[in-house]
Design a protein around this ligand. Structure first.
Ligand code: TAP
Length: 484
């Protein structure tokens, strides 16, 4: 074998010590669910990894009761510094079990091991470290000298960053003194179960975190439960709308992190190689299953051909395949249903007159795969320019002036994120002021930090996660105003 042919062996699953079946995690213990158990499969091979318990409304009731007991008797009475110690312990245990968590996440979700190893899992630990530091400093959260926790938080998360979304939800809730019942997505519950083991290792008091697995109906039973004080949801705009209606008129506080259709705007003065890297990362990271993905490339007309050519050249170097292989850039699509959605929307793009280009590569026989795709000749009216595809599909549009770039970027019901590529700092700032997006990156994309608030405008939801702002979502507002 020549040096060029050498490829390291895929990350071994031998590191995993998985159970054949996982129960619900209620009151510090794994217990049976009342619904039928379901399989969690590897989207890369369609093989069953483990069986997962299904919670019905009575199980959700038990979980909420456990969270309430533990809130009243333990967690809300504990000092902030003691709560912080538990969060630090969880962060350290995530680091200790990092390799195992990365392998399990890649196996269950289909995302490349390089991403779970270098992005997802380190960020999970970073989120717990960051909020551990806040637990005894809540008086600096901006809500007055003695901010109060809300009570029991009901949290529902999607499948695209299973463990990271769980950390985004649980870490600030616990730091602020709330207890939690969380529902992972049906197709990606495995790492939440490993996280439950970590909570046991950390000796977290029973009932502080409860995990109920199951389908959308389980999530619905949770968010509509009468004894929860806070609902935090990340997922599709449709389900977010339903939840907003269900929560309306109750005393529950609500935060919603929903979809996006971000514009990545490339000006002719940008460093083109750097911009191309950023555009590739913006849409092909995590197979495009990213709410803030740069799914629309807005490129200045005079550099359109050059940018698209270089994009195609760069994409031709990407490797699609086994998520556990360290050389893999593009992993599997998370489910058959999501693959179908991506296919349908891409076919619509072609039928509406856009030009499709796809990476020429072999796709494994088994599993769910979609080759990285670029659409050119896209107009603002095309479905692929308006609807969130949530897959490795980039729609390219052009603009002539900064005004036109802003107008096109804002021409979407969403407002989660945007990217600007230019050498001119004055242009970055001017554009950032006028883009209706909660997160704006300049000369970079998809950068996340626990200290930095994340969230959207318009139909991308409301409330912020991360930073000091992420804490206020889990604290009672006293009407106190910081002195100016
Ligand atoms: P959804 O179908 O909305 O599912 C999200 C979660 O809600 C899942 O756990 C789901 O359970 C559950 N659910 C479904 N119906 C429910 C109901 N009526 N009541 C309560 N919970 C319910 O989204 P998805 O397909 O998992 O994720 C893709 C979408 O999420 C994309 O649109 C993406 O943009 C968005 N997303 C946004 C963000 C942020 S930060 N803004 C982050 C990630 C994803 P099941 O899995 O069992 O159906």
């Amino acid at each position: 074998m020549s040096f060029l042919e050498y490829a390291p062996a895929p990350e071994s699953t031998a590191i995993l010590n998985l159970k054949a079946q996982y129960g619900l995690f209620i009151d510090g213990e794994f217990v049976d669910g009342s619904g039928e158990v379901f399989d969690t499969i590897s989207p890369a091979t369609e093989e069953v990894i483990a069986r997962i318990a299904q919670a019905d409304a009575s199980d959700v009731d038990r979980a909420v009761a456990a969270a309430r007991r533990s809130y009243e008797k333990v967690w809300s009475r504990m000092s902030g510094s003691d709560r912080g110690k538990y969060l630090f312990r969880i962060a350290r245990l995530v680091q200790e079990r990092a390799r195992e968590l990365a392998v399990a996440e890649s196996l269950d979700n289909g995302k490349p091991i390089r991403e779970t190893r270098d992005v997802d899992v380190p960020l999970v630990a970073a989120w717990f470290f960051y909020y551990a530091g806040w637990a005894d400093k809540l008086e600096y959260a901006g809500l007055g000298p003695k901010p109060r926790s809300l009570g029991v938080a009901a949290q529902v998360i999607p499948w695209n960053f299973p463990l990271l979304m769980l950390a985004w939800k649980i870490a600030p809730a616990l730091a602020a003194g709330n207890t939690v019942v969380i529902k992972p997505a049906e197709t990606t519950s495995l790492t939440a179960m490993l996280f439950a083991e970590i909570l046991q290792q950390a000796d977290l008091p029973p009932g502080v975190v409860n995990i109920v697995t199951g389908p959308g109906a389980t999530g619905q039973a949770l968010v509509t439960h009468a004894d929860v004080n806070k609902v935090a949801f990340t997922g599709s705009t449709d389900v977010g709308r339903t939840i907003a209606r269900q929560v309306a008129g109750t005393s529950k506080k609500l935060t919603l992190e929903l979809g996006g259709k971000a514009a990545n705007i490339v000006f002719d003065d940008a460093a083109i190689d750097q911009a191309v890297e950023g555009v590739v990362n913006g849409i092909f990271f995590n197979q495009g299953h990213v709410c803030c993905a740069g799914s629309r490339l807005l490129v200045q007309e005079n550099v359109h051909d050059e940018v698209v050519d270089r994009l195609k050249q760069r994409l031709s170097t990407l490797r699609l395949g086994d998520p556990l292989d360290k050389n893999t850039d593009i992993g599997a699509i998370n489910s058959a249903a999501q693959l179908e959605r991506i296919r349908t929307l891409s076919d619509t793009g072609e039928n509406e007159g856009a030009e499709r280009w796809q990476l020429d590569c072999t796709v494994p026989d088994k599993g769910f795969w979609f080759r990285p795709t670029i659409f050119t000749r896209v107009s603002a009216a095309h479905s692929i320019a308006r609807e969130e595809i949530f897959g490795p599909v980039l729609s390219v549009l052009t603009f002539r002036t900064p005004e036109e770039a802003v107008a096109k970027a804002n021409n979407t019901p969403y407002g989660l994120s945007a990217g600007i590529w230019t050498e001119k700092a004055s242009r970055m700032l001017a554009l950032a002021d006028r883009l209706r997006a909660g997160v704006i990156w300049a000369n970079t994309f998809n950068k996340f930090d626990p200290a930095s608030p994340f969230g959207g405008y318009k139909e991308s939801g409301y409330g912020r996660e991360g930073g000091r702002q992420g804490l206020t979502a889990y604290l009672e507002s006293s009407g106190w105003q910081a002195p100016i």
